[in-house]
Ligand binder design. Structure first.
Ligand SMILES: [Zn+2]
Length: 203
C-alpha cells in the first residue's frame, strides 16, 4: 500500500498526490493527536478510524460525511492543519439534524479551543465582524458563529458544559429540537440570543 498511511485514529489516503508524502504524514500525526481530544471535549466515544483522503477536485476545499473526510491539498493552505479539527468535530458529532450555523460554530469553537496552531492562516477576526447587521442564519463567517457559540458557553457555566450537553441532546434519536434546548438553557430562542450577542460584543 504505497500511498496510504495507517494511523491510530485515521487512515490517510494520498494516492492522488504521491508527491505529498511528507505533508500526508504530518496531517496523519496531527489528526491522531487531536481526534481523541475532540472526543474528550464533547464526551463522545471512539467508533472507528476515520478515512481521510486527498482529492483532486477543483470545487473542494474540505468536507466530511459519516466517518470520512476529504480535502483538496491544492486548496487548503499548506500551513493549515486545523481544518482537520473542524472536519474531525463534524465526524465525531455526526449529527443527522442540526442547523448549519450551529454545526459550523461548534466545529470552529473546538478548533479554537484546541489551540490555533497555524497563525499564518488566521483571518482578521475583527474585519469579519463587519457583517454584524445580518442575522444569525445569513451570517457568512464561521468565526463569528464560533465567537457567538463561545459567548453562549460562557453564559452556561452554572449548568454544565454546553458542548457536551448540546452534543448529547442532538445525538438522541429523535434529537432534541435545538431551539427548544436553547430556550430551556437560556430562556430565549437563538434569534434573541444573537441580537443580545451583537449588542454586547459589537455594540
Ligand atoms: Zn464545516
Amino acid at each position: 500500500m504505497g500511498c496510504v498511511i495507517e494511523g491510530k485514529y485515521c487512515r490517510l489516503d494520498y494516492s492522488h498526490f504521491p508527491e505529498l508524502h511528507n505533508r500526508a504524514g504530518q496531517l496523519q500525526e496531527y489528526f491522531d493527536i487531536k481526534y481523541p481530544r475532540i472526543l474528550e471535549l464533547a464526551q463522545l466515544s471512539f467508533r472507528q478510524r476515520i478515512n481521510i483522503s486527498m482529492k483532486k477536485d477543483p470545487n473542494l476545499d474540505a468536507a466530511s460525511w459519516d466517518d470520512n473526510i476529504k480535502f483538496n491539498p491544492d486548496r487548503v493552505h499548506v500551513a493549515d492543519k486545523g481544518f482537520l479539527i473542524h472536519e474531525g468535530t463534524h465526524v465525531a458529532q455526526n449529527f443527522r439534524q442540526c442547523s448549519e450555523w450551529l454545526m459550523q460554530a461548534m466545529a470552529e469553537y473546538v478548533r479554537l479551543k484546541l489551540g490555533w496552531d497555524n497563525p499564518e492562516c488566521l483571518y482578521d477576526f475583527r474585519s469579519s465582524m463587519i457583517c454584524r447587521s445580518s442575522g444569525l442564519h445569513e451570517q457568512p463567517s464561521y468565526w463569528v458563529w464560533a465567537d457567538f457559540y463561545k459567548w453562549l458557553t460562557e453564559r452556561y457555566t452554572n449548568k454544565g458544559d454546553l458542548l457536551v450537553d448540546f452534543t448529547a441532546a442532538l445525538k438522541k434519536d429523535p434529537p432534541d429540537n435545538e431551539e427548544g434546548f436553547l430556550i430551556e438553557a437560556f430562556g430565549k430562542p437563538s434569534c434573541q440570543l444573537w441580537m443580545e450577542y451583537v449588542g454586547v460584543r459589537l455594540g
